[in-house]
Design a protein around this ligand. Structure first.
Ligand SMILES: Nc1ncnc2c1ncn2[C@@H]1O[C@H](COP(=O)(O)OP(=O)(O)OP(=O)(O)O)[C@@H](O)[C@H]1O
Ligand SMILES: [Mg+2]
Length: 400
């Protein structure tokens, strides 16, 4: 028998009269954002939950007492092609549906110390003094701006020092103008692939493949986080890592997740094909076949897109161009059942007058829009006063 069974149960608390039991309400505007992220980024619910939790805490200024920092400092960790950058971009477009408020810094472009001046401006008498620094205060000081530093491990130590200053002081002085940029209304997101090589070795060793179960992927995800975290510790000083509010692990993608991404990619592709009156369905067997070929947990969803370009887009374009499929057709992509001989997928079609009409309408509208865009403008219409449904502020309050 375990010791737990031998202990006397703890008595429950007596709740004073007049106290009500608190349950979660439905008023949090971040719930809708979480929902939206889940519909766009598949198989990363835990990561999304962590992002929302951190943002929620930030809204109330509960973060560690120091308010002279960005709203929240997040680090997205994980293998390549699993939705890290996509998640940051989606969050930005949800918070700023009308555009703006989003800045992405591709850290691989800052592998030399002096290149950091492109971010903060060059001091007087230096070359490039007239160039506008990339850290644009107009964007960064927008409420709830999202600042994405992508693939930070590829940057120089000067860049990391700059990041440390942003994370710690929440402000940076631009060297060309002397103006101070405040990051106090910014959601800082850094992404990294550190440990990717070890992650790949680990995945290879565990033989994680197309038919791995959700549990396999879950356990793998935890291990991936550990590998990434240890790599992060090797790469960055502890005082640097300690400035991060939350390190969020993105998991390798399971085959079920890849299947959902596949469906979405086909939907997106159909959005293009309809311009030619074509709608494509992919049979289950053909989908399975493409997924098998395009599945590689080491590279996430990236190889799948390449696979679709090769197996679907290219032959379809050729069939349309050569007259093998007429515009205005319902197309079925089927698997031949033989993987050993070259052509594994076949395209079948059925002419469809309705699709043909839809395609023609699309092309006419596109042509008219183009004509209007190139025609000389007589007068500019005033900007619409109707804002998008999502308010810019996530809670309506300013922190200053
Ligand atoms: N979890 C996912 N759900 C939906 N789509 C995804 C997911 N992961 C990746 N994708 C698709 O793959 C593309 C590449 O993903 P993304 O740019 O987010 O990769 P990443 O994790 O940032 O990789 P890297 O570390 O190489 O930058 C996305 O544009 C998206 O189309
Ligand atoms: Mg990325």
């Amino acid at each position: 028998m375990s010791t737990a069974h031998q202990l006397a149960p703890l008595p429950g608390d007596e709740i004073p009269e007049g106290m009500q039991l608190a349950t979660r309400g439905t008023a949090n505007p971040l719930d809708a954002i979480e929902q939206d992220l889940r519909t766009a980024i598949f198989g990363q619910n835990r990561a999304i939950e962590s992002v929302i939790r951190a943002m929620n805490r930030a809204r109330y200024g509960f973060a560690a007492g120091n308010r002279n920092r960005p709203l929240v400092n997040l680090m997205f960790l994980g293998p390549t092609g699993v939705g890290k950058s996509e998640c940051a971009k989606r969050l930005a477009s949800r918070l700023h549906p009308e555009g703006g408020g989003f800045l992405k810094v591709d850290c691989s472009l800052f592998s030399q110390g002096h290149e950091v001046s492109a971010l903060v401006g060059a001091p007087p008498s230096y070359v490039g003094r007239d160039q506008k620094p990339l850290l644009d205060p107009d964007i960064i000081e927008t409420e709830n701006s999202v600042l994405l530093f992508d693939e930070i491990e590829k940057g120089t130590s000067e860049l990391w020092n700059l990041l440390l200053q942003i994370m710690e002081d929440g402000e940076v002085t631009l060297l060309n103008s002397g103006r101070t940029v405040s990051f106090r209304n910014t959601i800082l997101i850094m992404t990294t692939n550190v440990g990717a090589k070890e992650m790949v070795d680990y995945l290879d060793k565990r033989n994680i493949g197309f038919r791995s179960t959700r549990q396999d992927m879950e356990a793998t995800g935890q291990q991936i986080f550990q590998i990434g975290f240890e790599a992060l510790q090797r790469h960055f000083r502890p005082e640097w890592i300690n400035r991060i509010d939350e390190i969020i692990a993105f998991r390798p993608l399971s085959s079920a997740t890849m299947s959902r991404i596949f469906d979405r990619m086909i939907d997106e592709a159909n959005g293009q094909y309809i311009n030619y009156g074509v709608k494509v369905d992919v049979s289950e067997a053909a989908k399975d076949h493409i997924l098998r070929k395009g599945y590689n947990p080491t590279f996430g969803a990236r190889p799948l897109r390449a696979r679709l370009l090769k197996d679907l887009d290219a032959p379809l374009a050729d069939l349309l161009a050569s007259g093998g499929i007429p515009q205005g057709s319902r197309v079925l992509v089927a698997f031949n059942g033989n993987e050993t001989f070259g052509e594994e997928l076949s395209f079948y079609f059925q002419p469809d007058a309705e699709l043909e009409a839809q395609g023609r309408k699309r092309r006419d509208t596109a042509a008219q829009t183009k004509k209007r865009a190139t025609a000389p403008q007589e007068s500019k219409s005033p900007p619409s006063s109707q804002g998008p449904a999502m308010a810019k502020s996530i809670d309506g309050s300013h922190r200053r």
